[in-house]
Design a protein. Structure first.
Length: 315
């Protein structure tokens, strides 16, 4: 049998697209964004039409705050400053730069915004995938072709991992996955390139942000404690490279805080010890989104898709 490993948006989407069972193993939270931004890339509009009649391509607009100078037009050299702050370098992959463009296209379902449309699609996909999955405690993986559960072992022919690559290495008792990653990527020990990232969720309280949220979806910033803030209904999501020790941010009351990871240098690991890798933390690749995940599925479909009917329907 062929399986996908994980319990996140990436694993559910792959299971649906390739029609292979899911082995649930949760190592990532929603705000880790293993799938990238909470929006449906236009390339997936036909997948949306599998479930919804009202699907269209829409777009939202970004605003820029360049060291206190606010503008609706992207300032000169803004990309370089932004990438230097968030990634520690000025040369980054195109998929990351695309998230900084003035306009962002997405699939709207039933006239909803990007996050609401994304949630609707994921919920529908989960309903289908959960009917054909293995949901029990996984304690290890034998890279020769076995899942080791607390009560049994299950053989596999081929698998796609969507979990954090660090957690995948921990499941491999032989240590060969860890050794392969280190040797093939020129690492000194198992130290992956990353920086801490902090997400603060605040109420939409301030008058200024209420006005901006009616015009723009995101504000990208340099020279601020945060590098991005996103308006989601009555909340603001602040993404930061350092802690903010305040009860309010710009007059907006803090309601939730999450610490996660910002990948600084891509390893872009596609396959390790016979296991295919898809997802930001599985591949250790910043700039992943639903479009790149879909394209990875296209590349893998000949190895995983058994049904010609499904083959034509999805792809």
């Amino acid at each position: 049998m062929k399986y996908v490993l994980g319990d996140n948006t990436v694993s559910y989407l792959i299971s649906y697209l390739l029609d292979i069972p899911l082995v649930k193993h949760k190592t990532l939270e929603d705000l880790d964004r293993n799938h990238g931004p909470d929006l449906i890339s236009p390339i997936l509009i036909n997948v949306c039409k599998d479930f919804f009649n009202d699907c269209s391509i829409s777009e939202y607009e970004r605003f820029y705050d360049d060291r206190g100078k606010c503008t609706s037009n992207r300032p000169k050299n803004f990309y370089k400053l932004y990438c230097l702050y968030t990634r520690g370098k000025t040369s980054v992959e195109d998929s990351y730069l695309n998230q900084l463009e003035k306009y962002q296209k997405y699939v709207s379902i039933n006239g909803k915004g990007p996050e609401e449309s994304y949630k609707l699609l994921v919920e529908k996909i989960k309903e289908i995938v959960n009917k054909n999955c293995i949901d029990k405690t996984l304690i290890g993986i034998d890279i020769e072709g076995k899942f080791i559960f607390s009560d049994e072992e299950v053989e596999f022919e081929r698998i796609i991992s969507t979990i954090n690559i660090v957690d995948l290495a921990d499941l491999d008792r032989s240590g060969k996955i860890r050794a392969s990653i280190v040797s093939n990527n020129g690492l000194e020990g198992f130290d992956l390139p990353y920086n801490d990232k902090f997400t603060y969720i605040c109420n939409l309280d301030s008058d200024e942000d209420k006005i901006l949220s009616g015009l723009y979806k995101q504000v990208l910033a340099t020279g601020r404690p945060y590098f991005r803030k996103t308006y989601v209904r009555d909340k603001i999501f602040y993404d930061c490279m350092r802690n903010i020790y305040e009860d309010k941010i710009e007059g907006n009351e803090l309601v939730e805080y999450v610490e996660t990871t910002q990948i600084s240098d891509n390893l872009d690991i596609r396959r390790v010890m016979g296991i295919d890798m898809v997802g930001k933390f599985a591949q250790w690749k910043e700039g992943v989104n639903l479009e790149t995940i879909y394209e990875d599925c296209l590349e893998l479909k000949e190895f995983y898709t058994n049904s010609e009917k499904n083959h034509k329907k999805v792809f």
